[in-house]
Design a protein. Sequence first.
Length: 135
Amino acid sequence: ILYLVGDGSYGLIDWEPLSVHSMPLYDAVSLLVSAIPLLRGRRTDNWTAVDGFRTAFLGDGAWAYLFRSILSFAAKELGVPQQEVRDAFVFCLRERVSYYRERASTSMASVHEAFVRLAAEYYPANKEKPDLVRS
């Protein structure tokens, strides 16, 4: 994914082959989470990755619609039932925490732990049809 950074330079997210032994949505979630910095755009305030996660997955705007639509499409294509997307989403975020802990990247692990907390609070497990999935 090639994108324009706020200072006029270009950024690149180089996507490796799919993970063979992970949850079906892991790669889609990882790609979407990796794209969160794109949401910063040309902002110059104290915007954080947690703000980006809220915008991407918890908001009501165009970015949330796009991110949730992509996740919903991936779930459908991978055969993940809509009622399981919420748990799979949170599980994939937890896997990313483990990934960063194994690599001694405590700051990234902490950011992803915040993502897990936000997702678990915002998308309660007892909802019949999570807002995370677009029909």
